[in-house]
Design a binder for this molecule. Sequence first.
Ligand code: FMN
Length: 167
Amino acid sequence: MFQRIDPKNIKDNVFSLIGDQWMLVTAGTEEKCNTMTASWGGLGVLWGAPAATCYIRPQRYTKEFLDREEYFTLTFFGEEYRKALALCGSKSGRDVDKIKECGFTVRTADCGAPYFEQARLVLVCRKRFVQEMDPDRIPQDVKEKWYPDQDYHTMYIGEIVEAYCQA
Ligand SMILES: Cc1cc2nc3c(=O)[nH]c(=O)nc-3n(C[C@H](O)[C@H](O)[C@H](O)COP(=O)(O)O)c2cc1C
């Protein structure tokens, strides 16, 4: 049972929540959506509203869904889903039905954005800003370490329009 919450009442430490526990970035429709694991991103405030940021490399199948849709979701899970998140972070939805393999149940927010019933925390985001990282603005040492293939991330910032946690 999900309970709607005010994002201001999220008690988790954001660095651990995203960086250590990881999240799923999901977009699409109830019938056809895709999800991937992400451990880079942020939660904060933009344009006077709660906001979430994620960074997606160009080759991710999920990116096609993020680019097409107005909404995306970020979902966070208990430790018992670590293996599922590892799978969603190592296989592409182009090759595998990850949602089926993980046994996830797709639910949709009021706006139609897909998320998973098994999540402990759900953030429904309305895409408000998309920007490809400009390699000219990335420090040389970062480029050498993280972008040997020049696959620079695209940054997505969404306004958090709904938030739910397990009651
Ligand atoms: C722990 C972890 C964190 C990850 N974080 C990101 C991320 O922040 N951005 C990204 O583009 N890929 C990230 N990935 C890689 C994608 O999850 C992975 O390439 C996935 O298979 C893409 O699936 P898709 O092709 O179905 O979209 C991460 C993978 C793992 C295991």
